[in-house]
Write a protein that binds this ligand. Structure first.
Ligand SMILES: [Zn+2]
Length: 96
C-alpha cells in the first residue's frame, strides 16, 4: 500500500516544520539586537574639521554637503560606513 509511505512522509514534514518553528524564535531576537547604522562622515577641505551624521539617501563620497561651521569651507563626504549600534537606552521594559 502507498498510503503508509504518504503518512510517513507527512509526519516527517511535520517534524521538520516543528523543528524549524521552534528554532526560529531563538534566532530572531538575536538579529534584532544587532542594529547597524549607516554613518556619513563629512570633512572640511580647508581646515580638516570632521563631523559624523546619519547617512541619508543619496550620500556618496566626494559629495559637497554644505559649509564648514568653523571656517566656512566646503564640507565634503569623506567616508560612508556602517557602525554597530548598541542599545544604550533601555528600550526593553524589563522591570515594572
Ligand atoms: Zn573648515
Amino acid at each position: 500500500m502507498g498510503g503508509q509511505d504518504a503518512w510517513w512522509f507527512m509526519s516527517l514534514l511535520a517534524l521538520i516544520f516543528l523543528a524549524a518553528a521552534s528554532l526560529t524564535p531563538l534566532l530572531t531576537p538575536r538579529k534584532k539586537e544587532e542594529k547597524w547604522k549607516s554613518i556619513t562622515r563629512v570633512k572640511c577641505m580647508s581646515c580638516g574639521y570632521t563631523e559624523e551624521r546619519d547617512f541619508t539617501k543619496g550620500d556618496y563620497v566626494g559629495k559637497i554637503v554644505g559649509k564648514c561651521p568653523k571656517c566656512g569651507g566646503q564640507l565634503v563626504v569623506d567616508a560612508i560606513f556602517r557602525r554597530k549600534e548598541e542599545p544604550s537606552k533601555a528600550d526593553r521594559q524589563g522591570k515594572l
